[in-house]
Design a protein around this ligand. Structure first.
Ligand SMILES: [Zn+2]
Length: 308
């Protein structure tokens, strides 16, 4: 009720119609109208969008503001809230260290609209990966070490190599919490054009390659942090499901090119051997072979028409 009153007061004071506010905060007109009528409670996503729009007015109205992490983490489902808190402290530190113009303040007061993501077709993803490898000057059977990759306006911080983090935060993230998270992307500008990626380098290099490449692909595909999700006890912004799929698929396709896999399967090369050659895990090879429909041939399952 307090939130709804505060929103209505500020909206009227600024002379905004419900429709105009809807465009500003990125909540649909019908949802916003329903919330103002007091017909049902706003969900977390709408609540945070409204609180961000209220800004200091929210505090004056006595509404608590759970700071929303303006970051994307790849974290395990069972991530502990102490780990999330440590990641948030790390994000602040990286933002400050990178001289970001958001300076640890509450980020954009204007969230991008809660859009419907469009997923790419499998063929489009394959071609996007092929084009990317070609631009890097790689031959189809040449491994890509994504840990050596430079992407314009993306700075990569390795957990064990950055001196930005407080020792206690760094220790917690690399020891007890090592398995709970793999990377965190932090936008350095409100436009989300320039980013920092904190990479958990306690994991194997094989795992880091796919993790880092997935973060790069989110950025290169222009994904925006528009969804709000509860992670442990904090709110974080995330990408949506379709975007997660596309970024992961592209990371795997860039590391393990289709034409090389077709050839390897034809020559009956094992997953372990393919993985060794391309610097990935055998599990990633299996995922690729299944997605490409090459599994039956790879495991050599015989099929035949019965004679009767
Ligand atoms: Zn992701």
């Amino acid at each position: 009720m307090q939130l709804v009153d505060a929103v209505r007061r500020k909206r009227e004071a600024e002379g905004l119609s419900i429709r105009a506010l809807s465009a500003v905060v990125g909540i649909s007109f019908s949802t916003l109208a329903r919330i103002e009528r007091g017909d049902g409670l706003p969900d977390n996503n709408s609540k945070i969008r409204l609180l961000e729009w209220l800004g200091t007015d929210a505090e004056e109205a006595g509404l608590t503001f759970d700071n929303v992490a303006f970051v994307h983490f790849r974290a395990a489902k069972n991530v502990r809230s102490s780990t999330v808190q440590a990641l948030l402290r790390a994000a602040d530190c990286i933002r400050r260290g990178a001289g970001a113009d958001i300076r640890g303040e509450r980020p954009a007061s204007k969230l991008p609209p809660d859009h419907e993501a469009f997923a790419l077709s499998k063929e489009e993803l394959e071609q996007t990966a092929e084009k990317f490898r070609k631009d890097l000057g790689l031959a189809p059977d040449q491994p890509l070490d994504s840990l050596q990759l430079d992407v314009e306006d993306v700075r990569v911080f390795r957990l064990t190599q950055t001196d930005c983090l407080q020792a206690s935060v760094a220790n917690r993230l690399r020891n007890e919490a090592c398995e709970e998270w793999s990377a965190m992307s932090v936008p350095l500008e409100n436009t989300e054009d320039s980013w920092a990626v904190l990479l958990n380098d306690c994991h194997t290099r094989e795992r880091q390659r796919v993790t880092l490449l997935e973060e790069f692909w989110h950025i290169l595909l222009g994904h925006k942090l528009t969804k709000i999700a509860r992670v442990a006890e904090a709110f974080g912004r995330t990408y949506d499901k379709g975007e997660e799929h596309d970024a992961y698929y592209l990371a795997s396709a860039t590391l393990l090119p289709r034409s090389a896999l077709i050839k390897a399967v034809g020559r009956k090369i094992s997953s372990a051997e393919i993985a060794r050659k391309f610097g990935t895990s055998p599990e990633l090879v299996d995922y690729r072979l299944k997605r490409l429909g090459l599994w039956r041939e790879h495991v050599g399952k015989k099929v035949a028409l019965s004679s009767n």
